[in-house]
Design a protein around this ligand. Structure first.
Ligand code: MN
Length: 201
């Protein structure tokens, strides 16, 4: 059975960037719904039991047709949110070390990377995510996915993600998604992003 990951901070920790009510609803209602949906899908497909979530998403294209929709939406939702919570913290840590060097070499500068990331986050039509991912050649890329699609479904490993569904920001920012996106950098735990990167390279 899949379950919600423990949060390592209080719902209030990310204020004023993300308010406590949004955190609580997002984590206990939205994320929980993806976990529940994923567990139902796996219960209904004994052939999928025992597989890791990464395995299910990476091999999504070869899943039984009857499981694809639920794994894409609920499995993707669970994986995306688990990563999201883990790379947030009160007061951002600075980008440094090997990851900083790689970002500068891939995008030109930290600022140019942030611009590119903000652009895909702000222009994702409807609901979805902005990502910093690592491809099979260990190159960094900025991408966006729709709905709860995971970059793993495209063979890309996400190391940093931003939820741009309205449920992630509407109480505080209403229609002002660009303000939410720009504020995000104040609560990024770059130490965790660097750990995600180091696991792959
Ligand atoms: Mn969400």
């Amino acid at each position: 059975m899949f379950k919600l990951p423990e949060l390592t901070y209080e719902y209030t920790a990310l204020e004023p960037i993300i308010d406590a009510k949004t955190m609580e609803i997002h984590y206990t209602k939205h994320h929980q719904a993806y976990v529940t949906g994923l567990n139902t899908a796996v219960e209904n497909h004994p052939d999928l039991q025992g597989k890791s979530l990464e395995d299910l998403l990476t091999n999504w294209a070869s899943l039984p047709e009857s499981a694809k929709g639920a794994i894409r939406n609920h499995g993707g939702g669970h994986h995306n949110h688990t990563l999201f919570w883990s790379i947030l913290k009160k007061d951002s840590t600075p980008l440094s070390g090997v990851l900083k060097d790689k970002i500068v070499s891939a995008f030109g500068s930290e600022e140019k990377f942030k611009e590119e990331f903000e652009t895909v986050a702000k222009t994702r039509f409807g609901s979805g995510w902005a990502w910093l991912v690592v491809d099979n050649n260990k190159n960094l890329k900025v991408i966006s996915t729709a709905n709860q699609d995971s970059p793993l479904m495209e063979g890309l490993t996400p190391i940093l993600g931003l939820d741009v569904w309205e449920h992630a920001y509407y109480l505080n920012y209403q229609n002002r998604r660009p303000d939410y996106v720009t504020s995000f950098w104040n609560i990024v735990n770059w130490d965790e992003v660097a750990k995600n990167f180091e696991k792959i390279i």
